[in-house]
Write a new protein. Structure first.
Length: 365
């Protein structure tokens, strides 16, 4: 297992920028893989984790593991501590947008990521490299990622702050263009999503005026994790699991999204099992998803409240425990999925109720 090349910043921004552009990377080690969903952390030294080896990838990996997600970080680079379960990444210290763009097709071809986490642009500013053209270069880079991996979910972050006032002003100007770039791709039907990373880390959480402290990196990890969980499918394989039915013990009927209606607030029912997509539920982490929506317990729900489907948002009210006794309980409320009135007929609604483990609360998969 090779040791990654290190880029040591010496404090002065101009010297850091010059040295960064000249970094030579060692050949990639054999990639680590657990067979999980391939996620590419992509960017510069902030992705690599300069000052705190592993950077945000440490906290992100730990959150994903705790949430029950099986993820395979991918990339040609490798670094980080033992607390980081997968050390692969595509973070290149000192690299600008154009340098990433020149290599992206090969990286994507070699690793076929399902999801890409992109934080890039800091070195364009540090090196004063045609800063006004940086948004255009970012847009082109995103287009090239899409061309190489059209089904991938691409999360584009605004860059974190810089301590130098002039460079921070340039960073804010660059960041102001990012939402429009992302929206233009999304409006064209591309799988591109914005992550506001600039507001997550403060300049007081920068070690050297550029790179976060361990706490700052962990805040980045939390932001990435929330973004990933908000997009159904970003942590699922392309064309992956179609899910399984949840079959009521008392009725023998399946948990069903009526009419395949994906509107927020739609209340599931039980219906004769038919194998259709609106009866297939995928356990992703602690969520249960069907038709791209999450099973959701309304915030503050009491016994008798409806269960519903809703846009996935990572909240605890969308987390469920599949219990050994066959019940499915809400993490936020502690209430169980319950067929109302112990009914067994088609179209009987499913609600939340105090857990009793009765037949109308037990489900098999």
């Amino acid at each position: 297992m090779r040791k990654p090349g290190r880029w040591l910043r010496v404090g002065a921004l101009t010297l850091a920028a010059v040295l960064g552009a000249a970094v030579v990377h060692a050949p990639a080690a054999a990639a680590e893989s657990n067979g999980g969903v391939r996620v590419m952390p992509l960017g510069d030294s902030i992705t690599e984790g300069t000052q705190v080896p592993g950077g945000y990838r440490i906290g992100l990996w730990q959150r994903l593991a705790a949430g029950g997600y099986r993820v395979d970080f991918v990339g040609s680079q490798y670094n980080g501590p033992s607390s980081l379960g997968d050390h692969d990444h595509e973070g290149h210290p000192g690299w600008r947008i154009d340098q990433i763009d020149a290599n992206i097709a090969g990286w994507v071809r070699n690793t076929t990521p399902r999801t890409v986490l992109l934080h890039i642009g800091t070195n364009d500013i540090l090196q004063n490299s045609n800063v006004s053209g940086a948004p255009g270069r970012l847009s082109a880079l995103i287009d090239h990622i899409i061309a190489a991996a059209p089904d991938a979910e691409i999360f584009v972050a605004t860059i974190i702050p810089l301590s130098n006032a002039g460079q921070e002003s340039a960073a804010r100007t660059f960041n102001a263009a990012v939402p429009g770039i992302v929206q233009s791709k999304a409006s064209a039907g591309k799988h591109v999503h914005l992550v506001d990373m600039h507001s997550v880390v403060s300049t007081s959480e920068l070690i050297d005026g550029i790179h976060p402290t361990a706490g700052g990196y962990d805040k980045m990890a939390a932001a990435w994790y929330a973004a990933l969980r908000s997009v159904p499918g970003s942590l699922q394989p392309t064309g992956g699991s179609t899910g399984t039915a949840l079959i009521g013990a008392a009725s023998g009927r399946c948990l069903d999204v009526p009419g395949s209606n994906t509107a927020n607030g739609t209340q599931p029912i039980i219906w004769d099992c038919n194998g259709n997509a609106n009866q297939r539920w995928t356990a992703t982490g602690a969520t249960l998803q069907s038709l791209g929506k999450c099973l959701d317990a309304p915030i503050g729900a009491a016994a008798g409240a409806k269960v519903q489907i809703w846009d996935c948002n990572g909240g605890s009210n969308q987390q469920w425990s599949l219990n050994a006794n066959g019940t499915v309980s809400s993490v936020s409320s502690g209430l169980c999925l319950d067929v109302a009135g112990a009914g067994t007929a088609n179209n009987t609604r499913v609600q939340l109720w105090t857990c009793t483990a009765a037949g109308n609360q037990r489900w098999s998969r």
